[in-house]
Design a protein around this ligand. Structure first.
Ligand code: INI
Length: 180
C-alpha cells in the first residue's frame, strides 16, 4: 500500500519520483465539505457544555458548514460509545467527536466509566475506519476539568475537532493516493 503513496523529497518537501527515499503524508484540519457528528454527555454538564461550545467553534472556524455539524446529547460518558456507533453506522459523518467529563470520586466508578469510554470509542473507530476524536476529560478534580474546558489548559473540545478533521483529511488523501 505504501508503495502507492506519493514520494516526497526529504530535502525539498516536494514529490520526487527520480529520487525515491520515503513516502510522507499528513492531513490538515480542513473542514470544508465535511460532516461532523458530536456526541456529548450531560453528566458534569457545566463542563461538557463548554467542551461542545469549543468543538462547534473549531468546526465553523475550520470550514465546516454550520448545518453539517450535529450535536447528540447522551446521559453520561458510559453512553458515548453506543451513540458514537450509531453515528458511525449512519454513513453521514466524516468525523465523530466524543466529548465528556469523568471526574474521579471516592469509588472505582471513575475507572470503569472512563476506561470503558476510551476502550469503546477506540474500538468503534477501528471497526468503522472513521476518525473518532476523544475529547473526554478524565480528571481528579473539577478544577482540573475547568482548566481544560476553556481555562488555562485550553479547550479539549476544540482540540478534539482539530484532531478529527486532520484525520479525515489524511484519510481522504490516502484514498486519493490509493486511486492514483
Ligand atoms: N458519567 C460521566 O460522564 N462522568 C462521570 O464523572 C460519571 N461518574 O462519576 O459517575 C458518570 N457516570 C454516569 C455514567 O456515565 C452513566 O451515565 C451511568 O452509569 C448510567 O449508565
Amino acid at each position: 500500500m505504501a508503495r502507492d503513496l506519493p514520494v516526497i523529497d526529504s530535502d525539498t518537501g516536494t514529490p520526487d519520483d527520480q529520487n525515491p527515499r520515503m513516502a510522507e503524508l499528513s492531513g490538515t484540519p480542513d473542514g470544508h465539505g465535511r460532516r461532523v457528528g458530536i456526541v456529548v454527555s450531560r453528566f458534569n454538564e457545566s463542563i461538557t457544555r463548554k467542551l461542545v461550545d469549543g468543538a462547534i467553534d473549531a468546526c465553523t472556524r475550520h470550514g465546516v458548514a454550520f448545518g453539517d455539524v450535529d450535536v447528540i446529547w447522551v446521559p453520561g460518558a458510559w453512553e458515548l460509545t453506543i451513540a458514537a456507533r450509531r453515528l458511525l453506522g449512519a454513513d453521514r459523518y466524516d468525523v465523530v467527536v466524543a466529548l465528556g467529563a469523568v471526574i474521579r470520586g471516592d469509588t472505582p466508578h471513575f475507572d470503569y466509566v472512563a476506561g470503558e469510554a476510551a476502550r469503546g470509542l477506540a474500538q468503534a473507530a477501528v471497526e468503522y475506519e472513521i476518525p473518532v476524536a476523544f475529547g473526554v476529560l478524565t480528571c481528579d478534580t473539577m478544577e482540573q476539568a475547568e482548566e481544560r474546558a476553556g481555562g488555562s489548559h485550553g479547550n479539549k473540545g476544540w482540540d478534539a475537532v482539530l484532531a478529527g478533521l486532520e484525520m479525515a483529511d489524511l484519510f481522504a488523501r490516502l484514498d486519493a493516493a490509493d486511486e492514483a
